[in-house]
Design a protein around this ligand. Structure first.
Ligand code: PLP
Length: 391
């Protein structure tokens, strides 16, 4: 692809040989070594305005599992143990809940910001009450969801909350602090190569509740609360020193990267008025790619449009289509409310290319190619030539 969907650009380890030698010379490769400790301190200082605590993990999926398990440790057995989450999200969210013995219960999403629909969510909390063991919203594509509302819901329905903030590192809320700052609800962030904070593989759990973060850290190291003695549930989710080094290096110039990506998305918004973009939050948003909805009449032609762009060397995807309640495994094992909005959004969504080094001209090239492809798709069924050139 000339213009791929993403062009992951984690920091260049090949240019950090002195720092790598430092790790080798110390002979400490993992188990919360000095690079990891420095990285956690950097994140609190630079992303969370010096407030709260965090612990690293080797990826956000294991981070979600640990966070979910830590807030449901005292859960009484014998109930149905639903994890209430939106259906329009990534498979990792449902998998993590299921590894913790919970059954995902999918609610519909808001048509403008594509996060869990507050009305659907509250109707399910009213209807299922004590059977809901966990509320697990997703800060959709880095959107600044209302955390104060989740704190209120948590108290009102006596249910713990874990936020899937996988794509939110770089999002800044209205008060100017990183998304999640000051909240006791555990937030789970990803540092996967395709996320805006690209470090390869990695994750971070943040909360102002230091005891909770300490528990999660212990759980991520086999539950060893005393030397080599398990005192609680555990697994191995530790971040290696090399991964922590990548994270530290990623912080250099991160603000500029997030601003650059936001500026690129703004160009898409300006030149593609025929698409419906995600509602813009009050704050700066971290963008993984540029997501938008095709006009409804073009939804059935999405694959044709995708093929046309591929012929122009442009990568187009459709995150998250199908949404979770449409996927075979989750259909069999989970429960779902009506998904009128999620069905519509998943049918129309397209993910447009975005990467740190993308130029304004490349965005305009994508805009022109997409507009051509949409015009051709609107004109009628795919031409024979396009059909033959496809897969
Ligand atoms: C990427 C992602 C995850 C998983 O993150 P990893 O670090 O790759 O495990 C979970 N939830 C959502 C919504 C994501 O986009």
């Amino acid at each position: 692809m000339r213009i791929p969907l993403t062009r992951p650009a984690p920091p260049r380890l090949s240019e950090a040989t002195a720092l790598l030698s430092g790790i080798e010379d110390r002979g400490i490769f993992t188990n919360f070594g000095p690079v990891n400790a420095a990285f956690e301190a950097d994140m609190i200082e630079q992303v969370f305005s010096g407030q709260g605590s965090c612990t690293t993990v080797c990826n956000a999926t294991l981070g979600l599992m640990l966070a979910i398990r830590s807030v449901t440790l005292t859960r009484q057995q014998g109930r149905r143990n639903y994890a209430l989450m939106p259906s329009f999200t990534f498979a990792a969210a449902a998998h993590a809940a299921m590894w913790c013995g919970l059954t995902p219960l999918f609610c519909d999403i808001d048509p403008d910001n594509w996060a869990a629909d507050p009305q659907a969510e509250e109707a399910m909390l009213e209807a299922h009450g004590q059977d809901i063991a966990l509320l697990m919203p997703y800060a959709t594509f880095g959107y600044d969801i209302d955390l104060a509302r989740y704190e209120r819901l948590s108290k009102k329905f006596n249910v713990p909350v874990v936020v899937d903030a996988a794509s939110s590192l770089g999002t800044v809320s209205a008060d100017g602090a990183g998304f999640g700052t000051g909240s006791a609800i555990p937030m789970v962030f990803s540092m996967h190569a395709t996320k805006s904070f690209a470090a390869g593989e990695g994750g971070l759990i943040y909360s102002t509740d230091k005891t909770l973060i300490d528990t999660i850290k212990t759980m991520s190291n086999f539950g060893f609360g005393a030397p080599r003695t398990a005192t609680m549930p555990g697994l191995n989710a530790k971040m290696s020193e090399v991964a922590a080094l990548l994270g530290r290096l990623r912080l250099d110039g991160f603000l500029e990267i997030i601003e650059r990506r936001q500026a690129l998305v703004d160009i898409y918004r300006r030149f593609l008025p025929e698409l419906q973009f995600q509602a813009a939050g009050p704050a700066r948003q971290a963008h993984q790619f540029a997501s938008a909805l095709l006009p409804a009449f073009l939804a059935p032609q999405r694959e044709q449009i995708q093929r046309a762009l591929a012929q122009d060397g442009i990568g187009l995807a459709a995150y998250f289509s199908p949404h979770l309640a449409q996927q075979a495994y989750f259909l069999e094992t989970c429960e779902a409310g009506t998904q009128f909005v999620a069905d519509d959004v998943a049918a129309r969504i397209i993910s447009l290319p975005l990467y740190d080094s993308m130029t304004d001209d490349e965005v305009l090239e994508v805009v022109a190619a997409l507009q051509n492809a949409m015009r051709a798709a609107a004109a009628g069924p795919p031409a024979l030539l396009v059909e033959m050139a496809g897969d």
